[in-house]
Design a protein around this ligand. Structure first.
Ligand SMILES: NC(=O)c1ccc[n+]([C@@H]2O[C@H](COP(=O)([O-])OP(=O)(O)OC[C@H]3O[C@@H](n4cnc5c(N)ncnc54)[C@H](OP(=O)(O)O)[C@@H]3O)[C@@H](O)[C@H]2O)c1
Length: 180
């Protein structure tokens, strides 16, 4: 029988839930990038086409991870294969593909953006959420999904109280949630 590999979401959010602005992340926190690399290493990652577009071309596909990109556009679908990503037509299809490439992985990670996180929460596909909280007011146009406390439990915080301080001076913390 095949082993169950859980589906998690991973994102960083500013106060008020901002995750993006103008197609990019409106901050640079190296500790969060390192955290993202560590948590997703060796695991398939699923993302929407706009998040794929937001990655600098020299960093994509993200190395050491099967990159699965969701698009509804036929021409984009074909081009993604040439760019080293696996295209998918929908989130359920993308997650099925990720599970087929999850040998040795502890998690299938959904890595954005806003529209894909929202579908992953509303559809029940996501079981975990790894959230970096940034103690920052940031303008934005894309938001994290709401994790209803009746449905999601906070299971770990690092640090357990308060904040860590980035080399950039920004305070941040890592919170992990599990669907009840
Ligand atoms: N702070 C963080 O941790 C974090 C993480 C990731 C992303 N972000 C930010 O989030 C923003 C991007 O998020 P977004 O919501 O605008 O876009 P997105 O979710 O990255 O991508 C949306 C695109 O994905 C495709 N798609 C999504 N769901 C689909 C479905 N069910 N069926 C078919 N295609 C589907 C469509 O592509 P087509 O248009 O090609 O059909 C759609 O236009 C950026 O600002 C990015 O920097 C932040």
């Amino acid at each position: 029988m095949s082993r169950h590999v859980p589906v998690g979401m991973i994102w960083a959010e500013a106060r008020g839930g901002v995750i993006g602005s103008g197609g990019a992340m409106p901050w640079h926190v190296p500790e969060d990038l390192a955290h993202f690399r560590d948590r997703t290493r060796g695991c398939p990652v699923v993302m929407g086409r706009k998040t794929w577009d937001s990655l600098p071309s020299r960093f994509r596909p993200l190395p050491g991870r099967t990159n699965i990109v969701i698009t509804g556009d036929t021409a984009t679908f074909r081009g993604l294969t040439e760019s080293g990503a696996m295209p998918a037509h929908s989130l359920p299809e993308a997650v099925d593909m990720a599970h087929a490439h999850a040998e040795g992985a502890h998690t299938v990670w959904i890595m954005g953006g806003g529209s894909v996180y929202a579908e992953a929460v509303d559809s029940g596909i996501a079981e975990l959420a790894s959230v970096t909280r940034l103690d920052l007011d940031s303008p934005g146009d894309t938001y994290a999904p709401r994790l209803d406390p009746d449905e999601w439990a906070l299971v770990n915080s690092e640090p357990s109280q308060g904040w860590m301080t980035s080399s950039t001076g920004l305070d941040y913390r890592f919170d992990t949630y599990r669907r009840r």
